[in-house]
Design a protein around this ligand. Structure first.
Ligand code: FAD
Length: 317
């Protein structure tokens, strides 16, 4: 969200940003795993809310373009289910309308960011790319590693803390009869349960559910194998229901190392003194999709307001 929000704003202003994304698709933690064409899980962000006018306008455009929709699940516990927005066919498709017009290099893991007398050189698996201005919206832990020599950035982010999250992805042969589609709980290993197939636009043949473990349990059990984590979480998942579960069709677990923000930066971004390097992401303001948007958008505005305007990449594509 942060990276594409930034690139989109720059592109709308007439600039030509290039996005380097290590995965094969867009979304980041707006993530969807398709086990088969009828078994689909949003295993990262479950939904998001919209508070500020700029994000409202942005999300309304996505709803208009058909990639976002309101989700009103039946809730239990403290989950309320008001004004929840999701990707219409999957969280990872949410930003498809804006990604379409951007130059995104997929499968490009940036493993070096080196300062030059003018600008920067980015490295990805041995390939190099020149950039006037670099915006990084990767998790803060990776900023610590990748920009270790940028002291002003390191000082700014020193106190930021994030927490991991184990996610359970489970599908059933039959509909799980219960009185809720989502449940958030403050006690127990499982802090969130959602019937993924209750989201709009999902064409699930099987009843698909996602559960998240609480941050403490996730941290303590971070290095478990995925199989072991799935076993333990499934046992906890069963305890959340008064009824017997239908026959399990598929079960797996996903480890999010940098899932949620515990201590945010407290402002939309940090950077270096000459305005040629920016770091941002949800960890600047807190672990919400809207904060990721706000961070990326604010970085774009800072670039547009500066004298140091970026140009299209000097190296031919
Ligand atoms: C389990 C879970 C549940 C959540 N639930 C909610 C929720 O209900 N509501 C809500 O609002 N938010 C929720 N969030 C938080 C939400 O997902 C994030 O706030 C938001 O998606 C973060 O966006 P971002 O752009 O800052 O970071 P990310 O989505 O993490 O994007 C970073 C991108 O950088 C890429 N990348 C990383 N390193 C490199 C590299 N070296 N080179 C190239 N690319 C790289 C990654 O592949 C990724 O695409 C949840 C998150 C998790 C994990």
């Amino acid at each position: 969200m942060a990276g594409l929000a930034c690139a989109h704003r720059l592109a709308v202003a007439g600039l030509s940003p290039t996005v380097f994304e290590k995965s094969r698709g867009i979304g980041g933690r707006l993530a969807t795993r398709q086990v088969s064409n009828r078994i689909v899980f949003d295993h990262g962000a479950q939904y998001f809310t919209v508070r500020k006018p700029q994000f409202t306008t942005f999300v309304e455009a996505l709803i208009g373009a058909g990639s976002a929709a309101v989700w009103s699940p039946r809730s239990a516990g403290s989950a309320d289910g008001d004004d929840w927005i999701v990707g219409r066919e999957g969280m990872n498709g949410l930003l498809a309308p804006i990604a379409h017009d951007l130059d995104i290099r997929f499968g490009a893991t940036i493993d070096g960011i080196q300062r030059r007398s003018a600008g920067w050189v980015l490295s990805a698996d041995g390939d190099q790319q020149f950039a006037d201005i670099v915006v990084s919206t990767i998790p803060v832990e990776q900023v610590r590693h990748l920009l270790a020599e940028e002291q002003s950035v390191q000082n700014a982010i020193a106190d930021v803390k994030t927490a991991p999250c184990w996610a359970l992805l489970i599908s059933f042969e039959k509909y799980l009869e219960c009185e809720f589609d989502v449940r958030r709980t403050e006690t127990g290993v499982i802090s969130w349960i959602a019937r993924n197939s209750s989201k709009p636009g999902r064409q699930c043949r099987y009843d698909c559910w996602v559960a998240h473990a609480n941050p403490g349990w996730s941290a303590e059990n971070l290095e478990l194998s995925r199989e072991k984590a799935a076993d333990l979480m499934l046992a906890e998942f069963r305890k959340s229901f008064k009824v017997d579960l239908p026959m399990v069709n598929s079960v797996s677990a996903h480890r999010w190392r940098y899932a949620k923000t515990l201590v945010p930066l407290g402002r939309t971004h940090a950077g270096n003194a000459d305005g040629s390097l920016f770091v941002g992401g949800d960890w600047t303001l807190g672990g919400r999709v809207e904060y990721a948007f706000e961070s990326g958008n604010a970085i774009a505005e800072a670039i547009l307001a500066s004298n140091l305007q970026p140009y299209p990449p000097a190296v031919p594509r």
